[in-house]
Ligand binder design. Sequence first.
Ligand SMILES: Cc1cc2nc3c(=O)[nH]c(=O)nc-3n(C[C@H](O)[C@H](O)[C@H](O)COP(=O)(O)O)c2cc1C
Ligand SMILES: O=C(O)C(=O)c1ccccc1
Length: 421
Amino acid sequence: MAIGRNTQSAIFRDGAIGRLPLVPTAWAELEGRAHQAMSRRAWAYVAGSAGNESTTAANRAALDRWRIVPRVLRDVEHRDLSVELFGHRYPSPILAAPVGVLGLVRPHGDLDIARAAAALGVPYILSTQASVPMERVVAAMGHAPHWYQLYWSSSDDLVESLVSRAEASGAQAIVVTLDTHLLGWRPRDLDLGYLPFAHGEGIAQYTSDPVFARLVDERMSAAPDSPRPRITPQTIRTLVDITRNHPGAFRSNLRSRRPRASVDTFLDVFSRSSLTWENLAFLRGRTSLPILLKGVQHPDDATRAVAEGVDGIIVSNHAGRQIDDALGSLDALPGIVERVDGAIPVLFDSGVRSGADVFVAMALGATAVCVGRAYTYGLAIAGQRGAAEVLRNLIAEFDITLGLSGNARADSIPRDAVARV
Ligand SMILES: Cc1cc2nc3c(=O)[nH]c(=O)nc-3n(C[C@H](O)[C@H](O)[C@H](O)COP(=O)(O)O)c2cc1C
Ligand SMILES: O=C(O)C(=O)c1ccccc1
């Protein structure tokens, strides 16, 4: 698949022989087609945000207040889209954000997006809420780069196990998401009474984990009133196999004892609202990978992150899915970039819909940009190839915007390339 400037000519060349793109390039059409392709529940979960969804609107408004100011006559024929992060050079500043429960969008959606990202060299940040265990996703990616996103469980042992699995699987960084220690108030899901996890969807990292299996055993043996099947290593292997090969089987089996206990255990241990800065030492002591904090919005938290020796920050409000009436994520970026002052990379997400949006965030000091809903919509419309097309289009539009604005390098877009209006 052609990357960057070649994409546009490839699209037109294909068109000349009657081969049309699989996914629309404009956002409104992309979103509309994804809506048609998804079930009611999947659409509510993916497209829904917190409360009246004013934060999602604020994310857009924040991006729209910045306009690109092009420069001319600057020889931009050879452009370099690559960026360096933690000693790795990636082909463009775009990363695939961690998106949980992709199995809701498409059977084995995690594998589709993993393969799509791998084909483009786009780093994929695997979610703790994935529908497919991380080892299987990584196996589908060959040697392509991936990171791991951690939800910090109330069980230290489980945190340790997830992180060591991620490290063993070759993850290049650990992203700790801090803005979702409670599930946001999301009317679209509430009105359907539907949370995927309660149906056993999106808990594959847990059901494939040996420490989690032990927690489930403990829960089951602590309920002596109900019949207690003997748990042997074979039982555990069988459950892992069932989840791996037949996610639907796990769901239909939810009323039986072990799947039900797995869901209940997940709901118990999923997160820890008592987490503080002091806990970071625990993680630091258990991995040598770079640690990024995702969900930072206040400059003082960015200052503290640097002081605590964190390796990177992702300025994000979770696409507006957590707090209604929150600051547009891009409005938080310049203040944080100023505070961090180059000490560590500052990544950005929430609301990015185009290559031009990526350019704006980079001009405001982001080292790289993550996208979530964009590729999820491509996945819904046309699976692996749809997700790949969305990522390819973002990179191509970014490349063209870079060149047309008179810039040749993604990693050094000057601040005056954008103006606030
Ligand atoms: C359906 C959905 C599921 C998500 N699941 C996770 C997750 O498991 N972990 C996480 O850190 N962020 C999760 N996010 C947030 C994304 O990582 C990212 O911050 C956000 O989608 C960026 O905004 P955008 O969708 O406007 O690009 C999710 C977002 C969506 C839309
Ligand atoms: O839906 C989400 O955005 C998400 O990341 C999440 C993860 C776990 C529990 C609830 C929500």
